[in-house]
Design a protein around this ligand. Structure first.
Ligand code: SAH
Length: 340
């Protein structure tokens, strides 16, 4: 049985039409789910008994189980259990411009990036749209505040779960849904080219972030297995085309790894690669785990930054969140033994 939170408004409209009911019921149901935030179909007081029975026959309205949460100064991490006992995490970050939630899109991940802790658990399955939607709904309920920004940068590769991710975005962006503006939503991908192409035909101005992490194939091959399938030139070519078609914002994420990708020469290579593109580079301080990679020294990050600037590349250095919580990027793990 589907969760009611799996359905975009359009799918719900089609459901009602297929049952000989009026399309507007979908909007009515959406208001109960996402505006009034009820927990059971019986609370939908202006909906007819017949319609409620129809909903009960066809949908569940269950929530995720919150196992634990940990709060730091500037972020809070939540661990949820799904109905099949798999576990996922989400991290809420407090920025001066609002509250941004980093959500998981899969149980595990198959991309195998060597620096990433989250990817050590192989993909078990895709998350359904409802499992992504409920991360937002339930965290808003828990902290009693509205989430203003959503980033798909938790566990999983969003473009390896494309259809569910698209439904999820349609649900949270719907004015009658959670109503998060498309420019406040960012999808991060390691670069699945066919899906980037599909995404250029998606009709919303959602931000795209590309996990680049290297200025050439030699380094990227060592860090990210996906580069063996889609070479860096092909990736950059696809992004140029994507920007031309969509005019949307693209960010390149670049983790700074000591002695691996952080030399001035690497910065020059990166500048040449991205020259003339209307894009941003986000330099990411690496969160160290037990895999041996070290974060770049501050002075090397600054030299790298200056070199990009000098070459007219838009660049920012990412603020660090949650490194003391095991909640930082690449540190999310599905199995928190110590919390059992
Ligand atoms: N699979 C998607 C989204 C998840 S990763 C992607 O690859 O983009 C989100 C971001 O966190 C990526 O840029 C990833 O490379 C980065 N990341 C992974 N491990 C990290 C670590 N230990 N420190 C800092 N960033 C990390």
């Amino acid at each position: 049985m589907y969760s009611i939170y799996d359905f975009t408004k359009e799918k719900l409209e089609n459901f009602f039409l297929s049952k000989g009911e009026k399309k507007f019921k979908a909007t009515q149901i959406y208001e109960w789910l996402y505006d009034k935030r009820i927990n059971s179909f019986d609370e939908m007081s202006n909906v007819s008994k017949n319609t409620i029975d129809l909903l009960k026959e066809n949908f569940e309205i269950k929530r995720l189980t919150l196992l634990t949460s940990i709060k730091g100064n500037d972020c809070e991490k939540f661990l949820f259990e799904l109905t099949d006992k798999n576990r996922i995490e989400a991290v809420l970050m407090y920025h001066d411009y609002g509250k941004s939630l980093c959500i998981s899109t899969e149980v595990g991940c198959n991309m195998g990036c060597v620096f990433c802790e989250s990817g050590r658990l192989k993909k078990v399955r895709n998350l359904t749209p409802s499992e992504m939607v409920l991360q937002i709904l339930q965290i808003e309920e828990l902290v009693k505040e509205r989430i203003t920004h959503v980033v798909l940068m938790g566990i999983g590769e969003p473009f390896d779960n494309y259809d569910n991710v698209i439904d999820f975005i349609n649900i949270i962006n719907d004015p009658k849904g959670i109503n998060i503006g498309s420019r406040h939503i960012t999808i991060s991908t390691c670069g699945l080219i066919p899906k980037i192409k599909d995404f250029s035909h998606f009709d919303k101005q959602v931000n795209l972030a590309i996990s680049l992490h290297a200025p050439n194939n030699e380094i990227r091959d060592r860090l990210m297995p996906i580069n063996k399938v889609y070479k860096i030139e092909e990736l950059i070519g696809t992004i140029k085309e994507y920007i031309k078609l969509t005019n949307r914002r693209v960010t390149f994420e670049y983790i700074m790894l000591d002695g691996i990708n952080d030399s001035v020469e690497n910065a020059i290579q990166l500048s040449n690669l991205l020259k003339g593109m209307n894009a941003y580079v986000n330099l990411i301080p690496y969160n160290e785990t037990s895999n041996g990679f070290k974060k770049s020294k501050k002075e090397n990050v600054m030299k790298f930054y200056d070199t990009l600037k000098k070459n007219n590349i838009n660049v920012t250095i990412r603020r660090e969140f949650g490194s003391n919580l095991g909640a930082a990027c690449g540190q999310l793990r599905a199995n928190y033994k110590e919390e059992e």
